[in-house]
Every structure is written in C-alpha cells, then in structure tokens.
Design a protein around this ligand. Structure first.
Ligand code: ADP
Length: 657
C-alpha cells in the first residue's frame, strides 16, 4: 500500500477504508452510466434539425409551388415550423443532404419572424396571392425545452449538495482523517488495525528495563497465544490491563512491542479519538470498535491516553459536566462488561493520570490489572541507554553506567532525546564518533535549555549573578542533605542567567531535614545578594517560588509543621468537593500561612548565617566563577574543603575518611 511509505510502521489505514473505496467506486459508476443513458437517449431520439429559410425564399420557392402541408407557428420561439408534403421532400437537395426523406416527420424548414402579427399578415397575403397555398393547415404551438428546465432545477440542487459534501468531508478529515472520511462514517471507530500483514518491527527487546511490567504484558501475550494453558485449570483470562506511569516512560512503546510479539490483530486508538463535535459519536465509536474486535478475536485493543474519556464522572450534573464524554465512558464500561471473559479480546489502556480515572473503570472485571511503569531507576536507565546508543557511532570512552548516573529523573523518552541530541552535537563539531563530552552537553541542554552566550550581560550584572550562584553552591556544599553539586555556571541558558547543577538523589522517601536543607540551599542565592551587596534583586524569583511551594507542601500535605499537626489537605482522588472552597477554616488558613512564612524565614536565616561564617570562601567561589564562567565540584572542594558526607548525605564514619 503506497500510503504506508509516508508513515512509520504504525500508521496503517484505518479499518474498513478499503471497503469504502470499493463502495464509492461502484457508486460513482452507477451515476455515470445513468447519465450516459439519458444523454444517449436524448441524442438518438432527437429529430433531424430543420433547415432555416427566410420568408422571401419560403414564399417564392416553397409556398408558391404548393409544397407546404402544415405550418405550426411557435409563438414563444419567434418562428414558424414548416412541414412539407411528403412527396415533395426529396425534391429539395438541401434536405436530402441533411438526411430527410419521405418518412421524416419534420418540420423540414423553419422561418424566423419579427412579430407574430406581421407574419400572420404576410401569410394571409401570400395565401391570397397563391391559390396553391390556400389549403395549408395552420396551427399554433409553444415549444418547451424540457432539458433546460431540468437543468435549471438540478444545477442549484447539485451545487448545494456538492458544497455540503465538501464541507462534511473537510470536517471529518479535520477530526482525524476518520475511517474513509465522509459524514456517514463519523460513528465508525478510528482504530488502526495491525495484523500479520502490518509487519511491526518493534519487539520486547526494544523495551529496556521495566522488567515487571514487561513480564505482565508478556503474560497477556501468552494468554492470547495459548489460552488453554490457563483456562485448563479453571482460570479466567484477564479482560484488561492499565499501564500507568509518567509521560515518556515507554507505555506506548510497550503496547507497540506487544503488537509486534503477539501474532493477533491489534487495534490501536487514542482516548481523544472517541470524542467528536457531534453528540453520540463517542458511544457509537466504542460500540463499533468492540464489534470489530469481536469479529477478529482473539485480539488486543489498545487505548492510549484513556484519561481523555475515562475521567471520573462529575457528581453534580448541572455543573456543566461533559455529557458526551460521560456517555462515551458509560458505553465503554458497558462494552467491557458485555463480552465474555474468554472471548479473547483483551483491552490495554495507557494513562499518566490513573488518579483521575473513574473508579468504575478500575474495578476488577474491567481493568483487572494495573501495571505501573515508573521513571527508570539507575539500572534501567543504563539498559535504555544501551538500546538508544546502539545505532550511534560511539567513541571508546563511553560508559553506560556513568551516563545513567548523570541522568536521574530522566524518562525513557528523555534518554532517547539525549542520545539523539549528542549525535547532533558531535556532528556539528565534525567529529567522527560521539564522545562522552557530547553526551554531557546534550544532558545540560535538555535540563537547562540552549546556551545563550550572545546574551549581553553588563559586568555589574555578571558579578551579581556570580555571587548569587556562588551563594547556592556554597550553602549546598555546607549542608548535609543538599543534593551533591555537579557544577556552577553563569553562562545564560534558556531563560536562566546562571545555574548551579546538582545531581538529584533518587530517594523513595524524603525526610523533613532533607527538605529543609534543600530549601536552605535554594535560598542561598538571595541570602548571598543581601549579605554581599546589601541589596536584593529580581534574580531570585524562581528560587522563591520553589521554596514557597515546597513549604506549603510540607505544611499542608506532608503534615510537617507542629501547629497544623498530622493533617494533609491533599486529595489524591481528584474528586473532592473542595474544588472551589478550602477544606479548612479561615483560621487554619492563617496558621498555615504563618507556618510557611516561619519555615521559609528560618531557612533563609540559616543560609545567611552559613554565608556569613564562610564569607571569604564564598567570595573566592564567586571570583573564580567570574573568571571561568563554569566551575566544577573539584574547584569547590579546593576552596571549601571536602564534604564530610557521602554522596547520599550520610555522615562518613571516621574510619572511612
Ligand atoms: P509514553 O509512556 O508517554 O507512552 P512512549 O512509549 O511514547 O511514552 O515513549 C516515547 C519514546 O521514549 C519511545 O519511542 C522510546 O524511544 C523511548 N522510550 C521510553 N521508554 C523506553 C524504554 N523503556 N526502553 C527504550 N526506549 C524507551
């Protein structure tokens, strides 16, 4: 299919498109044949056109000789049709040449006239003049061109229908190139079907890490391949599985790999594909999808971004809830209940917002299994790097483990991006292979944005930025739980004028001390400005925002303040009634505000104190930064001394030192 060439392997024409084309083809041909028959009939049944002749000629040559049998005066046509006596026709060479003969019905001639009265008078005179013409039968008639009438009715109608069809096509095309387009197909599901001919090349080998998730999915594939193995012992095949995890962690990739591995048909569509501007379309698409799937069973249905339709239904129907979406969801729930467990249709869905999904969707019997696809850990990242670096030409200094360490918090998609970005950077520098430094540059770029060395920065501003960043670096160096520092730079990047780069620790839980230390190092920049210049600037806006958010979270979510106590006002279900009102009293709100303020102030004071105690070192760091623009943890170690803690923030025991 030519269409496949344009797209990658996953863009197959939607199901049913081929059939539609066939139907359309047949439809067009019927119309063409009917039109041809009509035109042909007109053409063949038309009498031979009469010959034009002037009044004078008619009077002298034909009327005078008594050759005329009838005259029919066509009032609305401004002419008179002349019918000759049959035996006289063949004496007219002109007529014979035109194909007239004895049997032709006629008229054979017509005479145009100016006014009817004048013509009648002329005719009367001529009849009086020539006795041969006295017995001519004269009649009156009107001529109807029914063909013109038909066209005058049909043309506007055809035009109207044409415009209507054109707009309907455009509309359904804009809505995602539906199944074969066309207004009559809006209710059809837009699922793409992958089957044996589709030749999907992605397999589980391309999905790195995610061992548990992979195992679950592999199990589903094997259910479909040999259901007997499981049903023999009385087990039921699960109806559906929900892949949950942050964006870019490989949920779609996993589904594609499943399509590649399972040799069963695979329907893929996105949650938003169900919903259209027309009411009722979503539900009908769900029905159509399941109908198609049942016909092809055993098979897999994959719904990406299911939160688009699966969002929890509103409690208050008058609040402008999205009825169309709810109808679609209801239909999905009904369909999932409706088919037998052993019918061999398995539904796989992906979302990064499992918390907002309707609880009815999550109950056992619908999505029986929830598979968590989390951000990759160190080991997984190493694996993902291996997959994505395979197609690159690498220098010998590449260490996958090192790269994995440099990318905490990166998703699989981010890592794929790093690999690609590094290759581009190396190519820009005309290197023959991608080196370690290219990867580090790529990581910096992805974390911090593009370097912007051409930004004009005044020397006084540069000094302020340097002292600000040195403040962050110095404070975090001196705090036990702050993230280990990687480097500090005052090269503008993206929107930031400078940055201290940390290597965030991968923690499953974070203690209060750790959070407070982080807050303190975030405020180190503003503290440095105040101590060194006695003047504060707008440069700390982002720092203050982060500190404030963190403080509010600590007080109102994590229950880390004494005055508020062990209360958490966070609603993970997203279904609270508090969307417009606070779940606490005004008095509590005041206490929360005060607690947050105290917490941030205390952290700020601590940062200021640390900087005052190490004023000299702070100045050295800043000066070095002004000189070099980028400094690394080694430089800090030289100035501030070795940190007495391990990378994880644990105290190093004397024997380890
Ligand atoms: P999402 O979870 O948002 O559906 P995708 O599956 O679309 O994420 O992932 C986007 C891209 O990230 C993939 O095409 C792939 O290149 C890369 N990727 C993500 N996770 C992995 C992984 N575990 N192994 C290999 N590549 C991955």
């Amino acid at each position: 299919m030519a269409e496949n060439n344009k797209h990658d392997n996953f863009d197959f024409p939607p199901v049913g498109r081929k059939n539609n084309k066939m139907q359309k083809f047949g439809g067009y041909w019927t119309y063409i044949i009917i039109a041809a028959i009509l035109i042909g009939y007109q053409f063949f049944s038309m009498p031979t056109n009469p010959e034009r002749i002037s009044w004078q000629e008619f009077k002298n040559e034909i009327l005078a000789k008594g050759e005329v049998k009838d005259i029919v005066i066509i009032r609305n046509g401004g002419k008179a049709n002349i019918f000759l006596k049959p035996e006289k026709i063949e004496t007219h060479d002109k007529l014979v040449a035109k194909g007239f003969n004895k049997k032709s019905t006629g008229p054979q001639y017509y005479v145009p006239f100016g006014t009817l009265e004048q013509f009648e008078k002329n005719l009367e005179d001529a009849q009086k003049e020539y006795p041969e013409a006295a017995d001519i039968h004269i009649d009156y008639g009107d001529e109807y061109n029914w063909w013109a009438d038909v066209i005058s009715i049909l043309l506007p109608l055809a035009l109207f229908i044409g415009i209507w069809v054109f707009f309907m096509r455009r509309m359904s095309k804009n809505a995602g190139g539906g199944a074969g387009g066309g207004i009559f197909n809006v209710g059809k599901s837009k699922a793409k079907l992958f089957d044996k001919e589709s030749n999907i090349k992605i397999t589980f080998k391309d999905v790195a890490g995610l061992a548990e998730a992979k195992q679950e999915v592999e199990e589903i594939v094997s259910f479909l391949k040999s259901p007997d193995k499981y049903t023999k012992l009385g087990g039921k095949i699960p109806k559906g599985a929900l892949l949950v995890g942050p964006p870019g962690t490989g949920k779609t990739l996993m589904a594609k790999a499943m399509a590649g591995e399972a040799n069963v048909p695979f329907f893929s569509m996105s949650g938003s594909d169900f919903v259209e501007m027309f009411v009722g379309v979503g539900a009908s698409r769900v029905r159509d999808l399941f109908k198609q799937a049942k016909e092809k069973a055993p098979c897999i249905i994959f719904i990406d971004e299911i939160d688009a339709i699966g969002r929890a239904r509103g409690r208050n129907p008058n609040m402008g809830a999205n009825d169309e979406r709810e109808n679609t969801l209801n239909q999905l729930l009904t369909e999932m209940d409706g088919f037998e467990t052993n019918s061999g249709v398995i539904i796989l869905a992906a979302t990064n917002r499992a918390d907002i999904l309707d609880s009815a969707l999550l109950r056992a019997g619908r999505f029986d299994r929830q598979i968590y696809v989390d951000l990759p850990e160190l080991k997984d990242r190493e694996e993902i790097f291996k997959v994505h670096l395979k197609p690159l030409k690498l220098a010998s200094d590449i260490d996958y483990g090192f790269l994995a360490k440099q990318t905490p918090g990166f998703s699989g998609a981010d890592i794929a991006n790093v690999a690609n970005e590094a290759a581009l950077i190396a190519a820009r520098k005309n290197k023959s292979a991608v080196e370690k430094q290219d990867f580090l540059d790529a990581i910096d770029r992805i974390v911090g944005g593009l370097e912007n060395r051409s930004k004009v920065i005044k020397p006084s501003e540069k000094k302020a930025i340097a002292y600000h960043e040195a403040g962050h670096a110095t404070v975090s160096w001196l705090l036990q739980h702050a993230h280990p520092l990687l480097k500090v730079t005052i090269v503008p990047r993206g929107k930031a004028l400078g940055a201290a780069w940390y290597l965030p620790q991968e923690r499953q839980i974070t203690t209060k001390d750790q959070l407070l230390d982080q807050m303190c190092s975030v405020l180190g920049g503003r503290a440095a400005e105040e101590i060194v210049f006695g003047e504060i600037s707008t440069g700390a806006q982002n720092d203050l925002e982060r500190a404030t958010k963190q403080a509010y979270a600590m007080v109102s979510i994590y229950g880390m303040s004494d005055k508020i106590g062990m209360l958490s006002y966070y609603d993970s279900s997203g279904q609270s009634d508090y969307s417009f009102t606070k779940p606490y009293s005004e008095k509590t709100a005041e206490v929360i505000d005060q607690e947050v303020k105290d917490m941030v102030s205390a952290a700020y004071e601590r940062a200021k104190q640390l900087l005052s105690e190490h004023k000299d070192q702070h100045r050295q760091v800043a000066e070095l930064l002004i000189e070099r623009e980028v400094i690394f943890s080694d430089d800090l170690e030289r100035i501030l001394g070795e940190r007495p803690w391990t990378e994880d923030g644990d105290t190093i025991q004397p024997e380890e030192l």
